[in-house]
Design a protein around this ligand. Structure first.
Ligand code: TYD
Ligand code: MG
Length: 501
């Protein structure tokens, strides 16, 4: 008989404690501890083993008969085979592999029919991967996954998708699917169910290739006695779904609501267990949505997908620069355009600064979208090297469109916006600024400058303000192009001279 153990868990980060704490020592969240009862099943291994036993052998049959090729990334764990394989074993990518398999990509990838999402996933959905999609309630997670189901179905004949909702009734899901113009064609199956073991029984019968679980906090497993949505319950669910993904070769999507209150465990508590973590974000009142990769075992974590929500669901935005620059006022003081890289993709973004005379002893520095300390640092650099009296002014800074920028390559544009607001001089609307600013006032080169320049040109910008130290070949490339002019700076104080002419 398993021993029942009581403990307290932080519902925000999952930190455990034998007694109740007012504030979590790990994530410093207040009032987030809740009592949980664990069935102490020697770390739940027996519950996971039962999933593996149940679905063993299903994986190979699942994919080959629908024509999705490539070796599975993880070997099946049969008890008769050894617990290890050689890195260069035949069939893998090593030198001993048969010649025709050497060049093959060994992950089975499926297209979701949504190129923005495929890119964010690192080139499509990996067949037996476990993906967590987090986001605020109402942001569009269920809508996105219904559209993914439609895309997967359209592009992969005979692929079966099983959409399980613990929140909505079948009629509600159907209604939404019909509004989005999605039809099942005997490839999309729905269930409204909260109990994990019953869902597993349906999976065994239906044998889907892709399983969508919407949402994490609504499911419960009989192996955990805690309430649905508690840390131990969501971890149990995630662990069992991971075992399912790997042993049955099913691609599992798990939706997780981000919660502000501490009573329901957020997706953060299971991030470490899954292959890929995506977050769907949006600004209040805005129609666009950003899909970010936070973790990806099969690709880069820097990718960003941009979508727009309208009456017909989510639409990809393939030219996000135009979205972030739209509505830009012509030539007003306090704005400048930067070219950050989001993953592999350059974007043009407007930065805004507002300086107003301070009534406080220590002037206020408030930034949205860029790190506050980076803005304070730039203000200090401008004060020292451009002799701006910024210590007498409050400084408010904003990245238009709700993007969060962390790249130093935006320093020069941020400095230009601050300077422009203080000087009350508008910068020309067709200029972009690319460069990092060092503490000694030097303007430094940035990675991938060619990509950024190309994007700026593509969006019709005419003057590029760049670091002097750009590679020669880049300078030649730009100067041979009559449509743009470049201005190079070696030091930040040259900024003000640019506009005094
Ligand atoms: P939903 O996918 O249910 O969000 P989540 O699963 O993340 O909680 O999205 C709900 C919101 O999206 C709702 O406020 C209405 C809006 N929406 C549209 O604007 N257009 C549409 O076509 C659909 C289906 C939803
Ligand atoms: Mg939903």
């Amino acid at each position: 008989m398993a021993k029942t153990k009581t403990q307290f868990s932080c519902q925000n980060c999952g930190h455990n404690s034998p007694r109740w704490l007012g504030r979590c020592p790990m994530c410093e969240d207040w009032n987030s501890f809740a009592e949980e009862t664990n069935l102490n099943l020697s770390n739940d291994q027996s519950s996971l083993a039962s999933v593996r036993d149940d679905f063993r052998g299903m994986k190979e049959a699942t994919w080959e008969n629908i024509g999705v090729h490539g070796a599975p990334p993880i070997q099946s764990e049969s008890s008769t085979s050894p617990a290890w394989v050689s890195l260069d074993a035949p069939g893998e990518d090593g030198p001993d592999a048969p010649p025709d398999t050497q060049k093959k990509i060994h992950l089975r990838r499926l297209t979701t029919g949504i190129p923005e999402l495929d890119r964010v996933l690192g080139g499509g959905l990996v067949a037996d991967s476990f993906t967590l999609l987090g986001g605020d309630p109402g942001i569009g997670k269920s809508t996105l996954l219904l559209q993914v189901a439609q895309g997967l179905k359209t592009h992969q004949k005979d692929l079966k998708i099983f959409y399980v909702s613990g929140e909505e009734s079948i009629d509600q899901i159907r209604g939404r699917a019909h509004r989005l113009g999605i039809s099942g064609k005997n490839q999309i199956f729905l269930a409204s169910e909260n109990q994990l073991e019953r869902i597993f029984a349906s999976v065994k019968e239906l044998r889907p290739h892709v399983l969508v679980m919407d949402s994490l906090q609504t499911f419960s497993s009989q192996f955990s006695q805690s309430a649905p949505g508690s840390v131990s319950q969501v971890r149990e669910i995630a662990a069992r779904l991971m075992a399912l993904a790997k042993s049955a070769g099913i691609s599992v999507w798990l939706v997780g609501h981000v919660t502000k209150e501490g009573n329901i465990a957020g997706p953060k508590t299971v991030e470490h267990m899954v292959d890929t973590v995506l977050y769907f974000e949006g600004e209040g009142g805005q129609s666009y949505r950003l899909l970010r990769t936070v973790k990806n075992r099969f690709g880069s974590t820097q990718e960003l997908g941009v979508f727009e929500m309208d009456g017909e669901g989510l639409r990809e935005v393939s030219n996000p620069s135009s979205l972030f620059l739209s509505g830009r006022a012509e030539a007003v003081a306090g704005t400048a355009v930067a070219v950050p890289l989001e993953g592999s993709r350059p974007l043009l973004v407007e930065l805004q600064a507002l300086v107003v005379r301070s009534t406080l002893g220590t002037p206020r520095r408030t930034s949205v979208g860029m790190d506050n300390s980076r803005i304070s640092l730039l203000a200090a650099i401008l004060e020292k090297h451009m002799r701006l009296k910024l210590s007498e002014w409050d400084l408010y800074f904003n990245v238009v469109g709700g993007l969060r920028l962390s790249e130093p390559a935006c320093d020069l544009a941020a400095s230009a916006a601050i300077w422009s607001s203080l000087a009350e001089k508008a910068l020309p609307a067709d200029w972009v600024f690319i460069g990092e600013v060092g503490l000694t006032g030097e303007v430094r080169k940035v990675p991938q400058i060619e990509l950024r320049i190309q994007e700026a040109k593509r969006q019709g910008f005419k003057v590029l303000v760049l670091p002097q130290s750009i590679p020669k070949r880049v300078a030649q490339m730009v100067s041979s192009d009559q449509s743009v002019r470049i201005i190079t700076l070696s030091r930040i104080e040259q900024l003000s001279k640019l506009f005094s002419t």
